[in-house]
Design a protein around this ligand. Structure first.
Ligand SMILES: [Fe+2]
Ligand SMILES: [Fe+2]
Length: 333
């Protein structure tokens, strides 16, 4: 990374450089052990940096691709109030993307590079955004379940060992909490509405429940990067533990709505003090992750088009910034 290369001058004798690297590594390990934050200018192992770039950029991509399924309903929201709320929510997601791209940039990778990776299909984003939003109830189910799952996932990230990521997450989580509530409130209105509206809410729940459980990622035993991320303090709670926490929190919420979670094996287990639930269809999950879900192609094409159509805005902003810079320069002279 760029700050690191400035820390290690090229002309040093090898032995001195190796000794310095050892000391830096020790300092890094001590920092992690003491639960102190790692900041952009601190030395960090290359693998730690790479892991963070991968995770933060995937997270940023998920936020901006996540705007698309709901954007589909901005022009069709049932009331002006619902439309205003949904617009605020979708804009928040755009903002989350911006904080996260900025956090990734502190690790020495440019936003253009990250966006190229997304647009060329090289980078991943959350599998959940490759499912269609076929009814207004889907907007409720997304807010309640998808944003609810995002909160579960992101609250432990507020304690992530990398400072800029952890700080971005604090603000993101506050906004996610509003997203979850607006979704639940849509579900509540539908569940207490006409029989057709209640059916619509149940249908949305039936379609989103399993993809949301899969969204927490593979079982701990099959999770490629989990162990090392836990040791580095990037990840604080395992995929399976987060998933269980989510199920336990969501069952009473579904009961309050009078809706049925689509899992015949869902049952309270008094011995474990948790709900047991049925097996997840991992084949479907991997199919979607690997680009073959119901909306993968559509989402990527929409994103690429939006980026291309926004080129003039970026150019105008740069031209304006350059004009301001020149003006300030002239005034100073
Ligand atoms: Fe978000
Ligand atoms: Fe959200």
């Amino acid at each position: 990374m760029y700050t690191q290369s400035m820390d290690i001058p090229g002309q040093q004798p090898r032995a001195v450089a190796a000794a310095e690297q050892g000391a830096q590594e020790q300092e890094f390990e001590a920092r992690i052990a003491a639960d102190r934050k790692v900041e952009p200018r601190d030395w960090m192992p290359e693998a730690y940096r790479r892991t963070l770039v991968r995770q933060i950029s995937q997270h940023a991509h998920s936020e901006v691709v996540g705007m698309l399924p709901e954007g589909n309903w901005l022009t069709r929201a049932p009331t002006l109030k619902r439309k205003a709320i949904l617009m605020a929510k979708v804009q928040d997601e755009g903002g989350h993307g911006l904080y996260l791209y900025a956090a990734a940039e502190t690790l020495g990778v440019s936003r253009d590079t990250l966006l190229d990776q997304l647009h060329s299909g090289k980078a991943k984003y959350s599998s959940i955004f490759n499912y269609p939003t076929v009814s207004w109830a889907d907007i409720g189910a997304i807010g309640w379940l998808v944003d609810g799952a995002a909160i579960m996932n992101q609250i432990p990230l507020c304690r992530c060992s990398y400072g800029p990521y952890a700080r971005a997450m604090i603000r993101v989580c506050k906004e996610e909490s509003f997203h979850q509530r607006q979704g639940y409130e849509i579900m509540l209105a539908l569940a207490n509405g006409t029989p057709a509206q209640k059916r619509m809410a149940q249908d949305a729940l039936d379609r989103w429940w399993w993809p949301v459980l899969a969204m927490f990622g593979p079982h701990d035993s099959d999770s490629q990067h989990s162990g090392q991320s836990m040791r580095w303090g990037i990840k604080r709670v395992s995929n399976d533990d987060l998933r269980q926490k989510f199920v336990d929190a969501t069952v009473p919420q579904a009961e309050l709505l009078g809706l049925t979670l689509p899992d015949p094996l869902l049952k309270w287990n008094a011995q474990r003090g948790h709900y047991d639930f049925g097996p997840i269809d991992w084949d479907d999950f991997w199919k979607v992750v690997n680009g073959d879900g119901p909306c993968n192609r559509e989402r990527l094409a929409t994103r690429v088009r939006a980026h291309a159509e926004g080129a003039w805005v970026r150019e105008a902003a740069m031209a304006h910034a350059e004009k301001q810079r020149r003006k300030a320069h002239q005034e100073a002279a």
